[in-house]
Design a protein around this ligand. Structure first.
Ligand code: B12
Ligand code: SF4
Length: 673
């Protein structure tokens, strides 16, 4: 039997523009499909005899192999069927579910005899209901898939009855759907073979989330992951994790690895033992992980840093004790703050995550959450996320509040062409409960728009992370700032994007324009804040990949050397010393005047932009160099006469500035033509 396992479609939200039009190029996110590689390795070892291939879909879209036109899902089906597989297995996470159904539909339309299976967290809890709703699927694999999938393949090979395959939902004769009993989780993850990394063609480059363990024993009300893995906390052994990382380093050159485990430090003794062994192994590989702030200590953080941990994701979820209790997360927020601080002190980047839009959310709890978001963002000076609560079937909250899911969501979906878009919309409307994660819970305690406005906002806020800690204290409360933003962007979208489906979403340039108008309204125009907004605006215009200007060897430019413009650049005038604000340390004292200076964003080579601070003489030299000419002529034209005489030795100061500009490649030596 020939089998294809395909990745799920995943939009690269960071690259998606709010102004994208239906049918525009789709920026997709590739990722190493760890679950599929594990399924293949297990099935191969079990001797199912199936020839299994893992197929990447996101990369194909990015490469232009799958056009974003009226036949989008059909193109994918065609690609998957091209190799003549007998069975196509599709993985799916929340956002991709509707696309997965439409791909399966096209597969069956083109090739009714091809078997189609689905697995993953978005389909698993729907079980029989999913197969009853969508005849294009033959099998649904619930929960952890390795044993179920392998047993299903062997059973099909031997033409035996599927009735005994635990964890399988299947379509029998006459289309009848059978739901077999659930399968217990695999108690010892070391019993799994190493995922078949070689089966994925982008192993050297795609973001990797290594399966170091599964399951979380906590029971937060909004969370679906804990129940997906039956709340059974398991980790692979220290030796096994190190073996997998060594393999990834030696075979694919991977030196940065994200650990996929919801709560990596749940067992402090394990985490410490891992860190000690990993540090001793000296692999030269850095890693990131996720955990809770109440199962980690400053001592463990030190150990983790010593073992190469560079980033930790902490799900904080709510900014008030009241909401912490309501969602059963029960974090002590003061302790969370101490842990975020200790993380920074250990030299690890903290990322904090918050959720907005719980059914019991009030303006007070939202204010607390937004306040904590900014507090932790400033404290960690790295990243913080704000998500809008997504109803997931397997979460305890879904079970108790499912009738309250009545809000349309504003999340970025693929900007598809009219036909496929209409098919997606129709699916979601007709099967509202199945596609519940595309909707949101009612929030009667919040004014309209406040919950959905949080949907895509946090990545943009993080881009401007140095600005908010300085601006927000000028408002009566963080919520007041947020309310004003929501009203502003709503009016702006009605004016500038009248046909957009996003009413409350904005991008970084919207946030900058909003900040500018607020600075004006608050009577802060001309302050350091104005300079900071001007800086961020210029930086965005110049390009996003930024590195500080490097000290470069200063060349000896002679008087007769012909010089001209060296590269693209953007330049702006500043009056305040931004060094502190840009370092996330706020404004020093009372925003000291530094006199005027210019910041240049220069793009000397590739796509990387350098920032260089220059004085007025530098600015005049750059402007005059639009026409190449000898260094002496350029200087004579720029520097006021009467500084001692017209000879080169009278312009030593100007030569020195000119040489610096050449060293930074803003100006360059032009060879005579
Ligand atoms: C790493 C990760 C990512 C990575 C990689 C994605 C991936 N799935 O590999 C990235 C960053 C790309 C990502 C993105 C997103 N993620 Co994510 N992610 C995870 C995380 C932390 C680990 C996934 C993992 O590797 N697990 C370990 C492997 C072994 O398990 P697995 O992938 O589930 O696969 C097993 C089974 O599900 C099953 N199986 C899976 N697919 C198939 C297919 C077939 C044919 C069969 C037979 C079996 C089968 O067998 C596998 C082996 O046991 C999980 C949480 C978790 N702990 O699982 C969230 C999780 C999967 N993500 C989630 C979400 C919501 C998202 C996003 C929508 C976020 C966003 N808004 O952008 C996107 C969507 C991506 C998409 N394609 O739509 C949710 C999904 C919730 C739901 N009910 O659907 C989860 C559960 C976290 C949560 N919030 O609760 N994610
Ligand atoms: S949110 Fe995190 S801590 Fe809470 S149950 Fe889910 S995985 Fe566990």
């Amino acid at each position: 039997m020939k089998v294809a396992l395909a990745t799920s479609l995943h939009l690269d939200h960071g690259q998606m523009s709010l102004d994208a039009q239906a049918g525009d190029r789709l920026p997709m996110q590739t990722f190493v499909p760890m679950g599929l590689l594990s399924l293949k390795a297990f099935a191969d070892r079990a001797g199912t005899g199936a020839a299994i291939a893992v197929r990447e879909l996101n990369g194909l879209v990015n490469d232009g192999a799958i056009p974003n036109d009226d036949r989008f899902h059909d193109h994918i089906a065609g690609t998957l069927l091209a190799a003549g597989d007998d069975l196509v297995g599709l993985m799916t996470d929340a956002d991709s579910l509707a696309h997965t159904v439409l791909i399966a539909r096209q597969i069956k339309e083109r090739s009714p005899g091809t078997l189609v299976a689905i697995g993953g967290p978005a389909s698993s809890p729907l079980a029989a209901r999913f197969l009853e709703s969508f005849p294009e699927f033959d099998f649904l694999i619930r929960g952890e898939g390795e044993e179920t999938f392998a047993e299903m393949l062997s059973t099909l090979r031997d033409a035996r009855s599927l009735e005994t395959v635990l964890g399988l939902v299947w379509r029998g004769a006459g289309g009848t759907v059978h739901a077999n009993p659930a399968r217990p989780v695999i108690p010892d993850l070391d019993q799994l073979p190493i995922p078949d990394f070689a089966a994925y063609d982008r192993m050297a480059t795609a973001p990797i989330y290594l399966d170091v363990g599964r399951g979380c024993p906590f029971n937060c009300k909004f969370c679906s992951t804990a129940s997906f893995f039956s709340r059974r906390y398991r980790v692979k052994s220290v030796a096994r994790i190190i073996a997998e990382i060594t393999l990834l380093r030696d075979t694919y050159g991977r030196r940065e690895i994200n650990f996929s485990h919801d709560i990596f430090t749940c067992d402090n003794a394990f985490a410490s033992a891992f860190c000690d062994a990993f540090a001793a192994a000296r692999l030269g590989v850095s890693w990131t992980c996720s955990t809770r702030t109440d199962v980690i200590t400053p001592e463990l953080l030190e150990r983790m840093a010593a073992a190469g941990c560079v980033e930790i994701y902490y799900g904080i979820e709510a900014g008030s004790a009241r909401m912490q209790a309501a969602i059963d997360k029960n974090l002590d927020l003061e302790r969370s703050r101490q842990i975020v601080r200790a993380t920074v002190e250990a030299g690890i980047r903290p990322v904090t995550g918050f959720i907005v839009g719980y059914p019991d959310e009030t303006e007070e709890t939202l204010n607390d959450t937004i306040g904590r978001f900014f507090e932790f963002l400033q404290l960690g000076n790295h990243r913080a996320h704000m998500f809008t609560l997504c109803p997931f079937h397997e979460s305890p909250m879904y079970q108790s509040r499912r009738t309250e899911i009545n809000q349309a969501a504003e999340y970025h979906d693929l900007p598809l062409a009219a036909g496929p878009q209409a098919r997606c919309d129709e699916l979601k409307t007709r099967h509202r409960e199945i596609f519940a994660s595309g909707f949101r819970y009612d929030t009667p305690g919040l004014a309209a728009g406040l919950a959905e406005a949080s949907e895509e906002l946090s990545p943009q806020m993080v881009v401007l992370k140095n600005l908010w800690p300085l601006l927000i204290p000028h408002y009566p409360s963080p919520l007041d700032w947020y309310r004003r933003w929501v009203a502003w962007i709503r009016a702006e979208n009605l004016r500038r994007r009248p046909s957009s489906r996003f009413r409350h979403q904005g991008d970084a340039s919207d946030l900058l324009r909003f900040a500018e108008s607020e600075i004006e309204r608050l009577g802060l125009a001309g302050s350091c804040l104005s300079d900071l907004v001007a800086y961020e605006t210029l930086k965005r215009t110049a390009g996003l990949k930024l590195r500080p200007g490097r000290a470069a060897p200063v060349p000896n430019v002679a008087a007769e050397t012909v010089v001209g413009r060296g590269c693209e650049f953007l330049m702006g005038l500043f009056r305040h010393d931004l060094a502190h604000a840009l370092g996330g340390k706020g404004v020093q004292g009372a925003a000291p005047e530094a006199g005027s200076y210019w910041i240049v964003f220069a793009k000397p080579r590739d796509d990387t932009v350098s920032t260089i601070r220059i004085g007025d003489l530098g600015r005049r030299l750059i402007e005059a160099a639009d026409q190449p000419r000898s260094a002496l002529d350029l200087i004579r034209e720029t520097v006021p006469a009467g500084s001692g005489g017209p000879e080169p030795q009278h312009y030593e100061g100007a030569f020195s500035v000119l040489r610096q500009l050449v060293a930074q490649k803003i100006l360059t030596e032009v060879s005579p033509s």
